[in-house]
Write a protein that binds this ligand. Structure first.
Ligand SMILES: Cc1cc2nc3c(=O)[nH]c(=O)nc-3n(C[C@H](O)[C@H](O)[C@H](O)COP(=O)(O)OP(=O)(O)OC[C@H]3O[C@@H](n4cnc5c(N)ncnc54)[C@H](O)[C@@H]3O)c2cc1C
Length: 476
């Protein structure tokens, strides 16, 4: 009996699909290189099947079967990951021995507890569905990645996601209270939802950023807050990137309740605010949830911090409104450039590199990574989008242009190698919120060192001795 027939016999009808179009669709995620390879017509390996569990116990059935049959499993949420974490490995011969575990049918919002203000949701619930459901209760998780309508609760946990209002609501680890996950040998791990626990190392955190290599998250309980009635904005201009960084650092430390804190270098500001006629200078943007008291005084404190840091002066509040209205446009823009439409023409590849470092390292990270990317890229933009008292993320967007889609690939890979080296040399981490995937796995050792890598490998081997969970992702 075919091993897939054995699995199909253990699951409800329709849970195992070998439809050719589906296999092709689920073979890659949103990694720019995979999209480029598909556009230029490469024969990419496809999985043997896509499996759609609807319950935690069905996921356990799948993993137990995969262990018996020595089949590798790629968990998949929305497929919006940009590092190949949910992509078939390029070298997988024909894809035999690989299946994709698509969690999109685990899309139930199980419970909203208005007393505790928490929501329990299936791993496959998309961000927009989650927020729509919470709006009816006047609540929000406040986790707003740009990809909110394309990504899932499970994917946020597995890829260690951060939303655009992280300064106010925290990143995924800050709102994750409890979870249910299936371990590779079929056991079910239940971390009860509590606001904090000192009962040993935090097992919830072990799965944050695990990218489907240790377990399959099937359900999570997330903390909510009162849903903001609206947003209020402050925008300031800066003549240089160092002054902008100092302004954001000091405005963040002023504890003004800004939930969105962003700063654009000149090139990024020109692109992001072109519709407003912005032609020169860097831009700082702060967004305040409307509702909590003392907004005027808090905005004044933020303005004072930005002015002390050397701002060239306030900009119109329309900068904030424009950003809010268009905050998720990049999803469609990216798809139009890297998808079949090839909006910028063949040979062009656009990607992003989101690092993080201490404030004392931010200037070196900015100049070093920009130079490393610019050695191979035609355009490099940068913004600071997640600001902490001790440091910040730096989000580089870069565009590599080759003679054609084949010529672009080595240029793209060279840009990544140089930028990753530069990040490590400047003391940064090579990912703030996109994760490692297949793309950055070769660079992980430079960041974790041999001991760090060894610890991760030992955890992996202890939980997944058969190495069925997403081999080649995260760990080189
Ligand atoms: C245009 C664009 C903008 C983006 N903006 C942001 C942003 O603002 N912030 C941000 O954080 N990210 C952003 N991303 C990246 C991406 O949306 C996030 O990484 C997101 O968390 C991925 O969720 P997903 O459900 O799509 O996961 P997938 O892409 O399907 O998977 C991501 C990884 O998690 C694993 N995985 C998925 N679900 C599970 C599960 N239930 N259990 C175990 N492992 C699982 C997969 O195997 C894979 O390794 C953006 C992406 C794009 C294309």
């Amino acid at each position: 009996v075919d091993t897939l027939d054995v699995l199909a016999g253990r699951l409800p009808d329709g849970a195992v699909s070998t439809d050719a179009g589906l296999l092709r669709d689920r073979a890659i995620d949103s990694w720019a290189l995979a999209l480029l390879r598909r556009c230029r017509g490469d024969e990419l390996p496809v999985p043997a099947a896509v499996i759609f569990p609807a319950r935690t116990e069905e996921v356990a059935t799948v993993l137990a079967w995969a262990g018996e049959a020595h089949v590798a499993v790629i968990p998949r949420g929305g497929g919006s990951g940009v590092c190949g974490g949910a992509a078939m490995p390029a070298g997988a011969a024909g894809g035999a021995g690989w299946v994709v575990l698509d969690l999109s049918r685990m899309n139930q919002i199980t419970a909203v507890d208005p007393v505790s203000q928490v929501v329990t949701a299936g791993a496959g619930v998309r961000g927009d569905q989650l927020e729509d459901a919470l709006a009816a209760h006047g609540l929000t998780v406040g986790h707003y990645p740009q990809s909110i309508a394309a990504s899932t609760v499970g994917g946020w946990i597995a890829a260690s996601s951060a939303g655009q209002a992280s300064a106010g609501f925290g990143a995924i680890e800050d709102v994750l209270l409890g979870l249910v996950a299936v371990l590779p040998q079929g056991g079910i791990l239940r971390c009860r939802p509590v606001p904090r626990s000192a009962a040993g190392p935090d097992l919830r955190r072990l799965l944050v950023g695990s990218e489907g290599t240790l377990a399959v998250v099937t359900e999570a309980t997330l903390a909510c807050r009162a849903r903001p009635a609206g947003w209020d904005w402050l925008a300031y201009g800066f003549g240089s990137f160092p002054a902008l960084a100092q302004g954001l650092r000091d405005a963040g430390r002023a504890e003004t309740g800004a939930a969105v804190i962003r700063g654009y270098d000149e090139a990024d500001a020109q692109l992001s605010f072109a519709a407003l006629g912005h032609t020169s200078g860097c831009v700082a943007l702060l967004g305040f949830p409307a509702g909590p008291p003392g907004l005027a005084a808090r905005k004044q404190a933020a303005s004072a911090a930005l002015e002390r840091a050397g701002s060239t002066g306030p900009l119109d509040a329309s900068y904030g409104e424009h950003w809010w209205q268009h905050r998720n446009d990049a999803v469609a823009t990216y798809a139009s450039i890297m998808g079949p439409e090839r909006a910028f023409g063949p040979g062009v590849i656009v990607d992003t590199f989101e690092v993080a470092g201490l404030w004392s390292d931010v200037p070196r990270l900015y100049t070093g990574i920009r130079e490393a990317l610019a050695a191979h890229a035609q355009a490099v933009l940068c913004h600071l989008s997640h600001v902490y008292p001790s440091g910040s993320s730096l989000y580089f967007t870069f565009l590599v242009s080759g003679a054609d889609d084949r010529d672009a690939e080595p240029r793209y890979l060279a840009a990544w190698a140089g930028a990753a080296r530069s990040c490590a040399a400047a003391g940064g981490t090579l990912t703030h919120h996109h994760g490692v995937g297949r793309l950055k796995a070769p660079f992980l050792a430079a960041e974790l060192g041999p001991e760090g890598l060894d610890v991760l490998k030992k955890i992996k081997m202890a939980l997944d001795p058969g190495q069925i969970m997403n081999p080649g992702v995260l760990l080189p």
